[in-house]
Design a protein around this ligand. Structure first.
Ligand code: ZN
Length: 137
């Protein structure tokens, strides 16, 4: 979905997209893992496959050098998901490792595929990357 710069940012910040996650999508470096996490959520909403790939740690289970198939799977997830809401439940801020627990309210058609995830982020060369996530009951 294309997001207008003047609409509310999907991450739930109540800022305009152009003053929020779009800055990161256009090259600014998120200073915290929380900002990175939110900008990745917005990138899924915007179907910004390059940003998702760029901010994924190479040890992540989805990481592959087969960029085309990776992009296809992001595209399928983004295209068929209706992103309703992002809620941040917890943020543990560290120097090199940080954790964000969030609830993503997502529908795929009539199916509620919402989930709660605790995500782990690692700082590599001054940039936060998504390392892994585990579902929380
Ligand atoms: Zn945002």
């Amino acid at each position: 979905m294309k997001i207008s710069g003047n609409s509310f940012c999907p991450c739930g910040s109540l800022k305009k997209y152009k003053k929020c996650c779009r800055l990161f999508h256009f090259g600014e470096t998120p200073l915290t893992a929380l900002d990175l996490m939110k900008s990745r959520y917005s990138a899924f909403v915007a179907n910004n496959q390059d940003y998702i790939i760029l901010t994924t740690h190479r040890d992540n289970a989805d990481y592959t050098t087969d960029i085309e198939s990776w992009k296809n799977s992001i595209n399928n997830f983004s295209k068929y998901s209706d992103f309703k809401k992002l809620e941040i439940l917890d943020f543990i801020d560290g120097e090199e490792v940080s954790y964000v627990t969030f609830k993503a309210t997502i529908f795929q058609g009539a199916i509620d595929s919402s989930f709660v995830e605790k995500s782990k982020f690692l700082k590599v060369d001054g940039k936060w990357l998504y390392h892994s996530g585990e579902f929380v009951q």
